[in-house]
Unconditional design. Structure first.
Length: 457
């Protein structure tokens, strides 16, 4: 499917969005480990979260939708059964990374396979800590497919070489199912949805700060330990500790709107002159508001109003108005909090005055597609000057985008980001393979058309 997008002058709209994808994945996995049914309201509607549910069904965990409520029949780790055949995670690297925390604690062997698009993605960051905990995992040189032989896991102290919320969730899930205490150290704080969900379901966590200790250890040995995740005296960061064997208590959940999806509509409101946009009842987790903080530093009139908490996550409304902006550096500890929004922030950069630089975002190359290359390719087609760096981009802004035929690269974030770019471009923009948005947000094109027509929903 090709999507044709024509420029518009301005818009005014107020919208409500489907449930957050990242929270939905985690809620389904923890609901499966509960002893009893868990009702999840506003569960994400995309194919990717359905992949997680399908994998759980193969393990004996049934789920059913009734309107906007998903009911997961939790059975706990002891109620799961060996699947008939491999678990096919298709193109969901989120499912692949997080579900391994459960599979490693099962008493049987499970094979995990995926599509060609993610066959080359690194799974070492998942395999190594789980093997340290006692699991036996066969892989294709630390890539898919995986064969996991579950065992009684033992708690470990582990420093993640790269701060990622998915790997952290996997380790805490395995720690919940292990004997003893598991301590996970992340050098830069990542999204904490999983910790919030664990606490909501009754699991006690301890949080502390690890500071480097004096050491005379050989520098080469220290470097090896750092790359392997082995804790050495010079490690520093935030540590989350979980004691295995705690009981999860099933409780109903309501999932707030997806903040990453909200970013596309908010940026459209920012960049189209004379526009204003409001997104209602969206997730306001502080570790997901990095792109909002960047926009505030760019002097953007954006306001955030918290309305309450949905049991475990703050939620509320975000309003934005259009304004001229200048380019900015996006680097360092900021990056984990905006990693999902960097594609749409590149559209912001293309329309800002001056040069914007994105660095320390090598994780963008570790997605289903190389997002750095995809962004650079499409921006150049639209007439922008872009420097592709190993870990980011340098974008000469100033607008003046021209309509072009663009590839979605089968990536929803690329398709949705360049849909916004198409509204600003001179001439028609065509996005190829636009149906890829079904993976995260099946309603996107219908909502996008209503949005650009000035309708609220």
């Amino acid at each position: 499917m090709d999507k044709r997008i024509n420029p518009i002058k301005s818009l005014k709209a107020s919208i409500t969005l489907p449930g957050d994808n990242a929270i939905s994945h985690r809620a389904a996995l923890l609901a499966a480990l509960c002893d009893g049914p868990v009702q999840i309201k506003n569960f994400a509607t995309g194919t990717e979260c359905e992949i997680t549910l399908n994998c759980l069904r193969k393990l004996g965990i049934e789920s059913e939708r009734d309107g906007d409520v998903l009911t997961v029949q939790g059975k706990g780790i002891g109620g799961m059964k060996q699947p008939e055949g491999p678990l096919d995670i298709c193109g969901s690297i989120s499912t692949a990374r997080m579900i391994c925390g459960i599979l490693s604690a099962l008493s049987f062997e499970t094979k995990v396979v995926g599509c060609e698009a993610i066959a080359g993605l690194p799974m070492r960051r998942v395999i190594e800590p789980l093997e340290l905990m006692g699991a036996k995992i066969e892989s294709n040189n630390y890539k898919l497919p995986l064969t996991i032989r579950g065992d009684k896991l033992k708690g470990i102290r582990y420093a993640m070489p790269v701060s990622t919320a998915q790997v952290k969730a996997m380790l805490l899930m395995a720690g919940h199912l292990a004997e003893g205490e598991t301590e996970v150290i992340e050098r830069i704080p990542s999204r904490d949805h999983f910790e919030r969900l664990l606490a909501y379901f009754g699991i006690k966590l301890k949080k502390s700060r690890v500071e480097p200790q004096p050491s005379n250890e050989d520098p080469l040995i220290k470097r090896f330990k750092k790359e392997s995740g082995i804790v050495s005296p010079d490690i520093k960061g935030d540590m989350i500790s979980i004691m295995g064997g705690q009981k999860l208590f099933p409780k109903p959940i309501t999932i707030p709107g997806d903040i990453s999806v909200a970013s596309y509509f908010l940026v459209a409101g920012l960049l189209l002159k004379g526009s204003s946009v409001e997104v209602r009842d969206v997730d306001l987790n502080p570790r997901r508001l990095g792109f909002v903080e960047v926009l505030k530093k760019m002097k953007v009139p954006i306001t955030v109003e918290q309305k309450g908490e949905m049991g475990f996550e703050p939620y509320g409304d975000i309003q934005i108005q259009s304004v001229e902006i200048k380019g900015r550096r996006m680097v360092g500890e900021l990056i984990p909090s905006i990693i999902n929004e960097l594609p749409i922030m590149s559209i912001v950069a293309a329309n800002a005055q001056g040069t914007s630089v994105i660095r320390d975002a090598f994780e963008l190359r570790q997605q289903k597609v190389d997002r750095i290359k995809s962004i650079a390719t499409n921006l150049r087609k639209m007439g922008m000057k872009v420097g592709e760096l190993d870990d980011g981009l340098a974008i000469d802004g100033g607008g003046n985008l021209v309509g072009a035929e663009l590839d979605s690269f089968d990536d929803p974030a690329i398709a949705m980001s360049f849909a916004v770019a198409g509204l600003l471009a001179e001439g028609t923009t065509i996005i190829k393979n636009a149906e890829c948005v079904n993976y995260e947000y099946p309603e996107f094109w219908d909502d996008f058309d209503k949005f650009t027509a000035g309708e609220s929903f």
